[in-house]
Design a protein around this ligand. Structure first.
Ligand code: FES
Ligand code: FES
Length: 160
């Protein structure tokens, strides 16, 4: 039998403790062990960005990390973005209004990449937004609605 390791991690502000195999991917841990299926898996080798989550506030590809690596850390998934059950995160709201959701499969990865980007760059140019999302693949359109959504969220933040 494969050895199991105890992982204690804060996920979306809640402490979780699980026994896991050392080879278990973080993406599988989130989806299968914790039931957080908002994190999607596309390429499974670090290219598409669909599996992006925050590790201690920084975006990481959860398909390239092992669950044991997040022991003692904080993970945020797309389920942890909204402040409440009937509320959206401001970037989710802007995605909705700008039709940035598109196919939906890639959306969690876009959000988890762009939320920390906007925190670090509250007034980005369009070029900066396009550069920030260049690591997240979308095959359905030309990214325009996603760019519009990020610029709308930034504009609103600037007028708060
Ligand atoms: S599934 Fe992780 S980068 Fe594509
Ligand atoms: S948003 Fe998923 S393929 Fe375009």
């Amino acid at each position: 039998m494969t050895a199991q390791y105890r992982v204690t991690v804060s996920v979306n502000g809640r402490s979780c403790e699980r026994e896991v195999e050392p080879r278990l991917l973080l993406s599988d841990f989130l989806r299968h062990d914790l039931g957080l299926t908002g994190t999607h898996v596309g390429c499974e080798h670090g290219v598409c960005g669909a599996c992006t989550v925050l590790l201690d506030g920084q975006p990481v590809r959860s398909c390239l990390m092992l669950a044991v690596q997040v022991d003692g850390h904080e993970v945020t998934t797309v389920e942890g973005l909204a402040p409440g059950p009937n509320e959206l995160h401001p970037l989710q709201q802007a995605f909705w209004e700008s039709h940035g959701l598109q196919c939906g499969f890639c959306t969690p990865g876009f959000l988890m990449t762009l939320v920390p980007f906007l925190e670090e760059n509250p007034k980005p140019t369009e070029d900066e937004v396009r550069h920030a999302l260049s690591g997240n693949l979308c095959r359905c359109t030309g990214y325009q609605h996603i760019v519009d959504a990020v610029l709308l969220a930034a504009e609103r933040k600037g007028t708060e």
